[in-house]
Ligand binder design. Structure first.
Ligand SMILES: Nc1nc2c(ncn2[C@@H]2O[C@H](COP(=O)(O)OP(=O)(O)OP(=O)(O)O)[C@@H](O)[C@H]2O)c(=O)[nH]1
Ligand SMILES: [Mg+2]
Length: 254
């Protein structure tokens, strides 16, 4: 049974029974940290531990049921043609980690450094993998909020180049700042949830629905690759055993 209330049954004030979000962005930008800040608990390993695979965690926060999918970060690169196919396939699978699909993608951007055109190009390349409709469900989530000091986020955005402004415009001017070093500040999380609620109310379909045909095809491909890898390993072991047997046979003769 679908766990969301269709738009035509929702009144403006009725909260979603569950909010599902997928956290995406470049590596080391604070995705797992922000996942923990949102869930108000250390549910994902972060810091020294790099996220190796996408995983979902559930938590009730201030009486709201939250499902958060933390995703491995992409590598910013000027060589976009070189993004491996399996990396792209893994990325495309992320929305299927919280069925029937996420209400929001939180696009994490750390504000501890300059957001370069190369970072924008990489981000755009990954977003393309989710189709144009992904922008309708995306909020820019600035991390490293402690780096703002006395400045506002608007001042930070103004101080940046066109690359960041392009991303914000693609997200219909939806953004939020989180300071992961201030976990006790629940207001920053509740304000984010309000912004997600607002975006969902404005969307015709509250949920980004994954394309199940694409997922079945990717899954099949991944299973075939895994099967071939096992077979290759088995053959390698067999050849090693044959060589070993030959060598020990020669020793006996000598
Ligand atoms: N000062 C400050 N540091 C932060 C903030 N958010 C994350 N960090 C630090 O940034 C580093 C990386 O954080 P992670 O949450 O592991 O980053 P990630 O994006 O999940 O990294 P990958 O999974 O490797 O892509 C850690 O050392 C965090 O402590 C923040 O808001 N402020
Ligand atoms: Mg991580």
């Amino acid at each position: 049974m679908s766990s969301y209330i269709p738009t035509n049954l929702r009144t403006d004030s009725s909260p979603l029974p569950e909010i599902r979000v997928v956290i995406i962005g470049a590596e080391r930008d604070g995705k797992s940290s922000v996942a923990n800040t949102i869930l108000t608990k250390e549910r994902f390993e972060c810091g020294r531990t790099r996220t190796a695979q996408s995983e979902a965690r559930h938590e009730i926060v201030e009486e709201r049921k939250l499902v958060v999918v933390d995703v491995p970060g992409w590598k910013n690169s000027p060589f976009l043609k070189e993004i491996p196919e399996w990396d792209k396939d893994d990325f495309k699978m992320n929305p299927s980690k919280c069925p029937p699909g996420p209400h929001a993608f939180l696009l994490v951007i750390a504000i501890d450094s300059w957001f370069s055109p190369m970072e924008k190009d990489t981000l755009q390349e990954y977003m393309k993998l989710l189709g144009d409709r992904v922008w309708q469900h995306t909020i820019v989530l600035f991390t490293f909020g402690d780096y703002l000091g006395r400045n506002t986020i608007e001042q930070y955005i103004e101080s940046q180049g066109e690359a960041l402004k392009w991303v914000i415009e693609k997200c219909h001017n939806r953004y939020h700042v989180i300071n992961n070093k201030a976990r006790s500040n629940i207001t920053q999380v509740m304000t984010l949830i309000d912004k997600i609620d607002e975006m969902v109310r404005a969307n015709d379909d509250p949920v980004y629905r994954p394309d199940n045909h694409i997922f079945s095809a990717i899954k099949k491909k991944q299973e075939e690759i895994a099967k071939r890898a096992v077979e290759r390993h088995r053959q390698a072991l067999e050849i090693r055993e044959q060589i070993k047997a030959k060598i020990s046979g020669r020793r006996h003769i000598a």
